[in-house]
Design a protein around this ligand. Structure first.
Ligand code: F0G
Length: 419
């Protein structure tokens, strides 16, 4: 049976506890018995399984939340997202063998659904009254949907000025009480953390160890899609560092359980204006210096990441790297991903811009097999996409502005001759 254990001081708490922080200040992790497992168990479920084990998260239930009662699971059929091979995007990034794991194709359009199915199931089983989260938008929309499915009251706290329109509208539509603060994500995080410490809400940010358990399935699923042969690199955008922590834990446990024989290197990519993790990496992880975050990729506009310590462990364990990219690199990468017919929100494309950067710096070799995790759907942030293509962000490569003409067939036909 799973227990919560503090990686800093080793003290334990039952899995049913609503505490996410240890008395020593460390964050609890879910700990499982690490008996070997066979890949064929998961391959059989991928071909044929009954709900909820047909979900891309619960297929890995022994690794995610062993022995949690099936009937208590709140699932919206998350996971099972495509892994696209993309030579076009690979060409731009400078690698021959690039794959894009599209987490934007989850039920609410982001990877957050994978952590939310586990943590909301736990919240409902614990009879939580209110569930809450701080968010740049995706956590909010995912939590709102799963809380609605579970019949729980939900409050989301988001920055007023910086939440993409797709995300805010989802949270409202799914019925959450949406609070827009005149402040940034880090301020929102402080507010909900305090409410959770007082026991007034059940916290569903990635401080919650069950969120991390669900997010591990991104890495497990992509490795399964590659026939259990890990790629050389897994590259992903990094904000609050929940994913980085989850990926490191997934790989550690998959090795211990003999599901994989080699460990891919993790590469976390931040926006240059929101880069405390990248700065700390360059400084040998001596300390985390929070920043006032600024970037057009609003999903990763995070200045004081809460999962810093466990993300550092993930990078060290996998011989990983952390880098950062400018907003114009993110937007160009997005234009390339979008034009390949795949499409993703700006933050997701920081990962693709990160590959190009890491190739130019000699970390990633052109012949390496690279998987980029696209974390959110193109439609999450339509305002940024329109601003880019209409030229509102200045002169940009790959602009494809819409054309306005009179309602006249000849005027439209004329445009077919134009290329
Ligand atoms: N990509 C997207 C699209 C995100 O929404 C987030 C985080 C990340 C990447 C970074 O992941 O925090 O695990 O390092 N969004 C959070 C939110 C902050 O509130 O939706 P991380």
């Amino acid at each position: 049976m799973a227990v919560l254990r503090c990686p800093t001081c080793g003290s334990e708490s039952p899995a049913t506890s609503q505490r996410f922080e240890c008395a020593c200040g460390g964050l609890f992790d879910v700990e499982h018995a690490l008996r070997p497992l066979e890949t064929k168990l998961f391959d059989a479920r991928r071909l044929r399984a009954h709900p909820p084990l047909d979900s891309g998260v619960w297929r890995f239930r022994e690794l995610v939340y062993h022995r949690f009662p099936r009937q208590a699971i709140v699932s919206l059929h998350e996971g099972n997202t495509p892994l696209y091979a993309s030579p076009e995007v690979g060409d731009w990034a400078g690698v021959d063998d690039l794959h894009l794991k599209h987490e934007g194709l989850n039920p609410t359009g982001s990877f957050k659904d994978r952590g939310m199915t586990v943590a909301v199931s736990r919240a409902r089983a614990s009879n939580a009254g209110w569930v809450a989260c701080a968010s740049t938008g995706n956590t909010a929309s995912s939590m709102a949907a799963y809380a609605a499915a579970a019949g729980l009251n939900a409050m989301v706290v988001v920055p007023e000025a910086a939440t993409a329109v797709g995300k805010l509208s989802q949270a409202i539509a799914y019925g959450a009480r949406a609070v827009q603060i005149r402040g940034d994500f880090d301020a929102a995080m402080g507010i909900v953390r305090d409410l959770a410490r007082r026991g007034e809400v059940y916290l569903l940010n990635s401080l919650n160890p069950f969120r991390i358990e669900g997010q591990k399935s991104i890495v497990l699923e992509l490795i399964q899609q590659l026939g259990w042969k890990p790629p050389d690199w897994i590259v992903f955008p990094a904000g609050n560092l929940g994913n980085c922590a989850a990926f490191g834990k997934a790989l550690r446990e998959a090795r211990a359980r003999e599901l994989i024989r080699s460990t891919p290197r993790l590469a976390a990519v931040q926006a240059a204006g929101a880069n405390p993790f990248a700065s700390a990496f360059r400084d040998g992880f001596r300390e985390l210096r929070p920043v006032r975050a600024r970037t057009i990729a609003s999903a990763i506009r995070v200045g004081a990441p809460v999962s810093y310590a466990r993300a550092v462990q993930a990078i060290l364990d996998t011989d990983g790297v952390v880098t950062d990219v400018e907003d114009d690199e993110i937007l160009e990468a997005k234009a390339v991903v979008d034009a390949a017919g795949i499409g993703a929100e700006p933050a997701s494309c920081a990962a693709v811009a990160g590959v190009r950067r890491l190739v130019s710096e000699g970390h990633v070799q052109p012949w390496d097999r690279v998987v980029c995790v696209l974390t959110g759907h193109l439609l999450k942030d339509p305002e940024t996409t329109l601003a880019y293509h209409r030229g509102d962000l200045g002169e940009v490569p790959h602009a494809n502005p819409p054309v306005v003409v009179d309602a006249d067939g000849e005027a439209v036909r004329e445009l077919l001759r134009d290329d």
